[in-house]
Design a protein around this ligand. Structure first.
Ligand code: ATP
Ligand code: MG
Ligand code: FE
Length: 344
């Protein structure tokens, strides 16, 4: 079965073709350049960009795969979570294709797609897999019994997502938007133990209610205070040390809680996905500590970590393979789709 996957939850228009667990084509167009000068995504601009990019992106994916729309057996589209306008363009396009081609439509969860894409790279997930999905909008820990039918959310961020915290720290250090990759690069030149920033929700009292929840907004404030104090004292700000110490705090909390969850739930495979899994401090720490604790850590290559069509086609293919019922052509979009909802 050839599955066409469509992604348009934010600023990337992604189109991919997957057969089973084989990626046949994957094309991504992004409107980030149009947003960068505003220092944030402008939803109307993103929606309009999807509208313009969709047909050319589908055509390019088909051309690269050397096939035509007639060869497509099923259509998967991200129906949430994300920006309402962006989602609407993708879901409307997917419905039009489903009607015109008379092929089933599957509305799927974008965030679960961030984990599912790893099956294209490292093969099928074992029976129980832990998934840490970290991005600009999410930081969630998911226990995956079956990527197509059963996902349980063990915890999530109570405030900022990891990528969002990086973007905010990037802004306060005067780096371009989005700041995440710039903070990462700067952090590689600094000393991660120079400043001891707080690790939220890691006290013994948090182990009951918030064992697997995260919180990054206090950390961001601590960085802002530290920078302000340094400015007031007239000292030069050691930006690389600030970035490295901040990045170390984020990676430490994410990795400690995730590996604890793996042990507690007796899971020995961990998948890390989402745009923030591109973060080198997180990747290094997860691989090192995972190895120490006998947990296999799977992280897709960078291009499958940020938003793309392959992640949606991968989840679509898993759903099709499991015989899940297609979505109705009356489905809407859900900007805050719960992370335990795999298909709509
Ligand atoms: P969601 O998937 O929750 O809807 P999103 O689609 O906006 O959110 P992604 O595109 O998956 O998020 O990820 C983008 C985020 O990842 C941004 O916040 C960006 O700064 C961050 N990011 C990307 N690369 C890095 C990096 N190397 N280090 C830190 N942050 C990074
Ligand atoms: Mg994006
Ligand atoms: Fe995403």
């Amino acid at each position: 079965e050839l599955v066409l996957g469509l992604e348009s939850t934010c600023d990337e228009t992604g189109v991919a073709l997957v057969r089973g667990r084989e990626l046949i084509a994957d094309v991504v167009a992004s409107s980030m350049d149009e947003h960068a000068r505003f220092g944030g995504i402008i939803p109307e601009v993103a929606s309009r960009a999807h509208l313009e990019a969709f047909v050319p992106t589908v055509e390019e994916a088909l051309a690269r795969a050397g096939c035509s729309l007639d060869d497509v057996d099923a259509i998967a589209v991200a129906a949430g979570p994300g920006l309402v306008g962006s989602l609407t363009v993708g879901v409307a396009a997917a419905k039009a294709l489903s009607l015109a081609l008379d092929r089933p439509l599957y509305g799927v969860n974008h965030v679960i797609g961030h984990a599912a894409v790893d099956e294209l790279v490292h093969g099928a997930f074992p029976d129980r897999t832990m998934a840490l999905v970290v991005s600009g909008g999410h930081s969630s820990l998911l226990l995956v019994d079956d990527i197509a039918t059963r996902v349980t959310e063990l915890g999530h961020t109570l405030d900022d997502a990891a990528g969002e915290a990086f973007d905010k720290v990037g802004r306060l250090l005067g780096l371009p938007y989005p700041g995440g990759p710039h903070v990462d690069r700067l952090a590689r030149e600094g000393n991660p133990t120079a400043i001891r920033f707080p690790r939220a929700l890691t006290l013994p009292k948090d182990r009951e209610r918030h064992a697997y929840d995260f919180s990054f907004s206090g950390l961001k404030t601590a960085v802002a205070r530290w920078v302000e104090a340094a400015e007031d004292s007239g000292r030069p700000i050691p930006v690389a040390d600030v970035a490295a110490s901040f990045a170390a705090a984020v990676a430490d909390v994410l990795v400690s809680k995730t590996l604890d969850a793996c042990e507690r739930h007796e899971v020995d495979t961990l998948v890390i996905g989402g745009g923030f899994s591109a973060n080198s401090q997180l990747r290094e720490l997860a691989l090192a500590r995972g190895a120490e604790r006998g947990i296999e850590v799977r992280i897709p290559p960078l291009k499958y970590c940020t938003d793309n069509g392959a992640m949606i086609a991968a989840l679509g293919a898993a759903v099709v393979a499991r015989g899940v019922a297609p979505s109705a052509l009356t489905i809407g979009v859900n900007s805050s789709m719960p992370l335990e909802t795999i298909t709509v």
